[in-house]
Design a protein around this ligand. Structure first.
Ligand SMILES: C[S@@+](CC[C@H](N)C(=O)[O-])C[C@H]1O[C@@H](n2cnc3c(N)ncnc32)[C@H](O)[C@@H]1O
Length: 463
């Protein structure tokens, strides 16, 4: 449609254009899934649009919402797989194309990546992935001239799958900017382990109100060093599991359960959870016996927190609004500040983060978190505690931020976490006494997956 008239044919394109099939034939089953996946991949990678937003069933992408449940699940699986393996998929495709695709062929590149993700990593028949990609190329006037190329590249990928996987295995699966940050913070070898760990989808961890061992036996789970329990391979909805309706447990990654446990005895203490929704940590504070005020700016998320606490049979004072405007009548015994961050520790479940965010976001979020922490200090009484946490792997949002606040606020002191109290997680406690988990921690065991989210947590006392 928009092609220049005298454009030379691409070296790989067929001499005769493929027949025009736009709209003339019914679409093959599965076409909508692949077309939607390619469009959403383009939105994430080229326009930095968050996948969570696009896949939201109320406000998300209309084409995605129009799919049935099974097709939505497949679209989600294709997208997360494509984003987890993106640099390797792109390298595999490039190695099979003699002349690089022209800049204007981004849409075609996304079609190829979506198909390659299925062929190399998903349990989808290769011929279906190939045929549907060829049909996508054929139906797009900009890409029709590449339909034969698509067919040839993808058939070869399917034929040479093992060789392709081996040849691309040494390519880092994360973008260059993120790899550079990991290397500078953790060193080369650990950076590689963390990047590789984000290729594996996370297991489901539960925080139980009491008796993890008994619940692990009931649900066929494993007790982790955090006291969480980890489910084995699991398909279906956790809402069908024993204990869900009774509110005996909630889903929470093992690493996310650490910060609320760092306060020590909370019985009868007045604690505010300043960035509270969806409420996993609020529930822990309540379960530990604190009198909790949950502050949350987003009204949708506050509603979710209320619903979650309702299921768990728990209650807290709920305050909707900006934490900077929150000022309790009396100063508090404790504050949990689980601040909004770049979320680079959660890429096993949100692989789009690495493609939609960058250093500028990290810098902006670090500045906001620091401001939040300085505000939190003013709300705590003398001798009160603050646990600052987030799910970023970047020291700018963690270790360095804490050092900056400690350096110019003499009334705030770090309370180092004692590794003796965390058997099995000693390597997650830094020399300064902060918690620093990464997706490469917790080895797999007895058939249970390893890994945990990347989290940072620091315990501070206000004098
Ligand atoms: C990382 S999430 C918190 C997760 C939560 N602590 C949990 O464990 O379930 C950060 C939350 O902070 C909220 N938030 C961001 N800025 C805020 C502000 N200025 N005041 C209050 N809440 C804020 C966000 O809406 C988001 O729900």
């Amino acid at each position: 449609m928009n092609e220049p008239k005298n454009k030379k044919p691409h070296k790989n394109s067929p001499r005769k254009p493929a027949p025009d099939r736009t709209g003339s034939e019914p679409r093959k089953p599965g076409f909508e899934v692949r077309a939607t996946a390619a469009k959403l991949l383009a939105a994430a990678v080229d326009r930095k649009t968050s996948l969570d937003g696009m896949l939201d069933l109320t406000h998300g992408n209309p084409a995605y919402k129009a799919l049935n449940d099974a097709d939505r699940a497949l679209t989600r699986a294709i997208l997360t797989t494509a984003l987890r393996h993106l640099p390797r998929l792109e390298a595999a495709i490039a190695s099979m194309i003699e002349t690089p695709l022209p800049e204007g062929a981004r849409a075609l590149q996304h079609v190829l990546v979506v198909a390659a993700a299925q062929i190399l990593h998903l349990d989808v028949p290769s011929h279906a992935a190939v045929d549907l990609a060829v049909e996508q190329a054929n139906r797009d006037p900009r890409n029709r001239r590449f339909a034969k190329l698509v067919n040839a590249v993808l058939r070869r990928l399917a034929r040479e799958k093992d060789e392709v996987l081996a040849a691309t295995a040494s390519i880092s699966p994360v973008p260059d900017w993120f790899r550079a940050r990991l290397v500078s913070a953790y060193g080369k070898a650990e950076a590689t382990r963390i990047a590789e760990a984000q290729l594996t989808p996370p297991a489901i961890d539960l925080t139980v109100k009491r008796d993890p061992q008994a619940w692990a036996e009931k649900l066929g789970a494993r007790v982790l060093p955090t006291g969480s329990i980890r489910l084995g391979e699991f398909e279906g909805s956790v809402t069908a599991l024993e204990g869900f309706d009774q509110g005996d447990w909630w889903v929470q990654d093992a690493a996310a359960s650490i910060p609320a446990k760092l306060f020590g005895d909370l019985k009868g203490k007045r604690v505010a959870d300043l960035c509270a929704a969806p409420g996993g940590k609020t529930a822990q504070l309540i379960a530990a016996g604190a009198v909790v005020t949950a502050v949350e700016q987003s009204s949708n998320r506050l509603a979710r927190l209320k619903e979650n606490l309702g299921r768990l049979g728990m209650s807290a004072e709920l305050v909707g609004g900006d934490l900077f405007k929150y000022s309790p009548e009396e100063k508090l015994d404790g504050i949990l500040l689980d601040a909004p961050c770049s979320s680079t520790g959660t890429t096993r479940r949100h692989p789009d983060v690495l493609w939609t965010k960058g250093m500028q976001d990290i810098e902006k979020l670090a500045a906001l978190q620091e401001k939040m922490l300085r505000h939190a200090v003013t709300l705590v009484k003398s001798g009160g505690m603050i646990v600052f946490s987030n799910c970023s792997l970047d020291p700018l949002e963690g270790e360095e931020l804490i050092e900056r606040v400690l350096a110019d606020t003499p009334s705030v002191k770090r309370v180092p976490v004692d590794p003796v109290n965390w058997p099995g997680l000693e390597n997650a406690i830094t020399a300064q006494g902060d918690f620093r988990t990464t997706p490469a921690m917790i080895p797999p065991s007895d058939g249970f997956a390893g890994g945990m989210d990347g989290f940072f947590a620091s315990v501070l006392r206000v004098e």
